[in-house]
Design a protein around this ligand. Structure first.
Ligand SMILES: Cc1ncc(COP(=O)(O)O)c(C=O)c1O
Length: 414
């Protein structure tokens, strides 16, 4: 049972010592190339310190990342369902491999190009959760299916199913397909019940397609504040999908996949009858958006997973009372809200509204804690779009850089 810590106290505790460690005043500013060379040549016995990295850069705490993955898997095992993590969050094959190695049944991708990249890097169980509606994209998906037996495509209209069937025939493949069900938000998916059943029967009847089940993702449920409210919303919104799955079973249709859920509902989703796996994304990194929703044990802070992803930034200007300016603004952090959180600190806020500069404001005007050249870390506002701003992330253990991972799916938004 976690103590009822305040959000600030939790954030401070979660990142204990991060700001009080020795921060080198002589700034090396190692580039990605230098770090990669150092790791491969083992020049530095003790390794490069993260505080010596050039900034702004993206840093992942490997201990926290591993604990987040282990926590997810332990919960899945206890609840008798699986995880099929969404790679739209990390876009990083090295992390997808870690998730698969620890028990995930596959990964999800949001875009066909993301799926291609993951497959190029050896990932071969891929559920594409977004429909493809244009001929070139459908052809690309079928070309991928031609190489990747574990590729599954979602559909949500009969026209799209027919287009997919034709493209599958043209490519000489039989494509695995899930029907995307709308949980009520009308963003994607077909209406559960009779329309969905009809579409599933059509998919089942079309040549070149194999029906594998359904997916139903309620994005709106994920960030509902308060565990009880989130739980009732998530379970209620998936009732119609669960009923549709039963109807499909009764009709003799294949429902081996019933995928849904995310980081906010990962410990709720097993309450939806028949759900096979959760498409969790953000849990690997966490972010400021998720920290605020509260959890089952801790009403104030969602502390099931640890903030593992930070942007490392350097102070550029500290000569004005009550504030400091850093080199990590919107282009390093996005302008998503809530704003990034300075790791390990209280009594200050951070905004990343201007393109090139981050802005620190001290609550107490008299204090002036950062000096020019100091480095600090901020917990990212929303992990997915921040990851998409960087070519690589540095994996650190303690303060030492242990890995440099290409974000191979970065910019693959087609
Ligand atoms: C279809 C789908 N599944 C799963 C997820 C993962 O959600 P989360 O990052 O909240 O775990 C998303 C995120 O937007 C999504 O769009």
């Amino acid at each position: 049972m976690t103590d009822p810590l305040t959000r600030r106290h939790f954030l401070h505790a979660a990142s204990a010592g991060a700001a009080s460690v020795w921060i080198p005043r002589s700034v090396h500013g190692y580039s990605a190339g230098e770090v990669a060379r150092s790791i491969s040549e083992r020049q530095h016995r003790a390794g490069i310190s993260k505080w010596d990295l050039d900034t702004p850069c993206l840093v992942v705490d490997l201990d926290a990342l591993e604990r987040n993955i282990a926590q997810m898997q332990a919960t899945m095992t206890r609840n008798g369902i699986a995880s099929r993590p969404h790679a739209k969050t990390h876009k990083t094959p090295a992390i997808a491999r870690m998730q698969l190695a620890t028990g995930s049944v596959g990964i999800c991708t949001a875009k066909v190009s993301e799926a291609e990249v993951m497959f190029e890097h050896g990932i071969d169980q891929i559920l594409l959760t977004t429909v493809n509606v244009t001929a070139p994209k459908i052809r690309r998906a079928m070309a991928l299916r031609n190489q990747c037996d574990g590729f599954v495509q979602s559909v949500d209209t009969s026209e799209n199913a027919r287009d997919l069937s034709a493209a599958a025939a043209e490519a000489g493949v039989t494509a695995d397909v899930v029907v995307d069900l709308d949980p009520g938000g009308h963003r994607t998916g077909i209406t559960p019940g009779a329309p969905a059943l009809e579409l599933a029967q059509l998919v089942d009847s079309l040549s070149g397609l194999t029906l594998c089940g359904v997916l139903c993702y309620d994005g709106g449920a994920q960030h509902v504040t308060g565990f009880a409210a989130r739980k009732s919303r998530a379970l209620e919104r998936l009732e119609a999908a669960a009923e549709t799955k039963v109807q499909m079973d009764r009709s003799g249709l294949d429902t081996r996949i019933f995928s849904g859920g995310g980081t906010g509902t990962y410990n709720i989703d097993h309450g939806t009858p028949g759900l096979t796996d959760v498409q969790v994304g953000s849990y690997v990194f966490m972010d400021a958006q998720y920290l605020g929703i509260g959890g089952e044990r801790d009403e104030e802070v969602y502390s099931d997973f640890e903030p593992a992803l930070t942007v490392l930034t350097t102070v550029l200007n500290a000569q004005y009372e009550g504030r400091a300016t850093t080199d990590a603004g919107a282009k390093a952090n996005t302008i998503n809200r809530p704003w990034p959180i300075v790791k390990g600190e209280t009594g200050m806020s951070y905004t990343s509204g201007s393109d090139e500069f981050g802005s620190i404001r001290y609550e107490d005007n008299a204090s002036r804690i950062y000096r020019v050249g100091d480095k600090l870390e901020v917990i990212v506002s929303h992990c997915d779009p921040v990851v998409n701003l960087y070519d690589q992330m540095y994996g650190v253990r303690g303060d030492t850089v242990e890995a440099i991972w290409p974000i191979a799916g970065r910019g693959h938004s087609i």
